[in-house]
Design a protein around this ligand. Structure first.
Ligand code: ASP
Ligand code: MG
Length: 473
């Protein structure tokens, strides 16, 4: 068989629920049977969160640990009972029990010796191990020549806890060694999403929602000059939307989006797409489709690719972060004094504070930056402890009632007046802009506004740029 047309498909937790959803997976595989398929599986819905809870319960010697463990175990065994019979069922049960036994050992270890970040990563990886066993045995029972492949053997990463980065060349080499031979034998590899390993052999994680990333890393690794590789991410939504439908009911699906725009959107709407998953596919020009598993419709999906369509609207989407906090550092002592910004961000970096946006006025007497709820106390504490900030010459202020809106679109580049239109639209809607920033890539304009104004602001911009009009409807 020629390795010419590979599709890497990721099935999210919401695709792995019950007999109906598993049946749908095998139907999808039949629909795509002309291609060579590589599957990536997420954990069952909610399982990663449960595993994180279990680790904490073990650390705190919680009396609920045993019961919670049983719930997790029952969730998997009852799914097996629902979808499998006979030999495949026995195999799946045995394999799941083996993993659960290992998980128990790790939890016992945490109980005895405490929870280190590495152990949390290890525990979190069990969700994908368990779901992939079930998917593998199910597909086998449906007549597919499925093979279980652990991402531990494929994906090499750096060692940071929870958010490790793939080491692409090493991974590519491994993937090329293991996957193509399986494909040429007509087999369907079913790969665990979310985790990989570092150089020391520790299990590492690709960040929450990391199975998307697993899929795009595999696609990157499989792509060469003579084959075609595509990624399909099956999710519980039609695709990427022009705005959050909870804020703007007329928001609709974006059918075509460029890598650059998708990256911006993934960063802000982090829930739908892993923030880094676009990077590997962009490097090799691999197309990604986001499709709705609950409502598979051949024509209604989002396509992420290089191409920017001619009928491009200037603004593609509006993304928001509802709960952010704005910290302003201000004082005459900062004017014309090189090194203040460096001092500030060095301090934040050392305290593990992630900065979402920065803006500095040209009078140089203030710097404003945004942090998440999770980081705000760390940031303020670090500033208060510092010998420079928050003292005589430099005042620190935090506003914790703000939201960030990001207006995204590749068409903004070299187009006059976009910022003007945004500001006027917001002015008409009586929304006060508290801070504004534009990246030099001109792909997004970000605005800080009062949290109470969020819905009004999103609607005003959505309307201003006619985003409610779906051109291809
Ligand atoms: N199971 C992991 C998570 O919930 C990875 C994923 O779902 O993609 O974050
Ligand atoms: Mg998930």
């Amino acid at each position: 068989m020629r390795l010419g047309n590979i599709i890497v498909m990721k099935f999210g937790g919401s695709c792995l629920k019950d007999a109906v959803s598993f049946h749908r997976i095998s139907q999808i595989l039949r629909d795509y049977s002309k291609n060579e398929l590589v599957l990536v599986s997420s954990a069952l819905y909610g399982v990663t969160n449960s595993l994180i809870e279990l680790s904490k319960k073990a650390e705190n010697h919680s009396p609920e640990l045993e019961n919670e463990f049983k719930l997790l175990s029952d969730k998997h065994t009852s799914l097996i009972d629902n979808i499998l019979k006979g030999e495949p069922r026995n195999k799946a049960s045995l394999e799941v029990q083996r993993e659960l036994g290992e998980l128990k050992t790790v939890l016992k270890d945490i109980w005895d010796f405490g929870l280190k970040p590495q152990k949390l990563d290890l525990v979190s990886s069990f969700g994908e191990k368990l779901s992939t066993i079930i998917l593998h045995r199910y597909l086998e029972s449906e007549g597919f020549r499925a093979v279980y492949v652990s991402s531990y053997d494929l994906i090499y990463t750096t060692s940071e806890a929870q958010n490790a980065l793939p080491i692409l060349d090493r991974t590519e080499q491994k993937v090329k060694e293991i996957i193509p031979p399986l494909l040429s034998e007509g087999k369907v590899p079913v790969v665990t999403g979310f985790f990989g390993r570092d150089n020391h052999g520790n299990v590492t994680l690709l960040g929450r929602g990391g199975s998307d990333f697993t899929a795009t890393i595999l696609a990157y690794s499989l792509k060469n000059e003579s084959n075609d590789v595509k990624v399909v991410l099956w999710k519980d939504v039609d695709g990427l939307l022009t705005a959050n439908p909870k804020l703007e009911p007329s928001a609709h699906i974006i059918r075509d989006i460029s890598y650059a725009e998708a990256k911006e959107l993934a960063f802000f709407g982090a829930k739908l797409l892993h923030p880094l998953c676009v990077f590997p596919v962009e490097k090799k020009g691999i197309m990604v489709e986001i499709r709705n598993f609950d409502n598979p419709n051949p024509d209604r999906y989002t396509r992420i690719s290089k191409g920017i369509k001619t009928k491009e609207s200037v603004v593609k989407a509006i993304a928001e972060m509802k709960n952010v906090n704005m910290i302003t550092v201000e004082g005459e002592a900062m004017v014309s004094r090189p090194g203040t910004a460096a001092k500030l961000f060095d301090l934040m970096g050392k305290n593990n504070v992630n900065i979402i946006m920065i803006s500095q006025s040209s009078s140089e007497n203030n710097i404003t930056f945004l942090v998440s709820d999770e980081d705000k106390y760390k940031a303020i504490k670090a500033l208060n402890w510092s010998p420079f900030f928050g003292k005589e010459w430099v005042n620190v202020e935090m506003e914790d009632d703000v939201s960030l809106i990001s207006v995204i679109g590749a068409g903004m580049k070299n187009t006059y007046g976009v910022a003007g239109r945004i500001c006027s639209a917001l002015g008409r809607a009586k929304v006060n802009i508290r801070a504004i920033a534009q990246g030099s890539s001109e792909l997004n304009i970000s605005l800080v506004i009062s949290r109470n104004d969020l819905e009004r602001a999103v609607r005003a911009i959505h309307k201003e740029f006619n985003l409610h009009e779906d051109e291809e409807k």
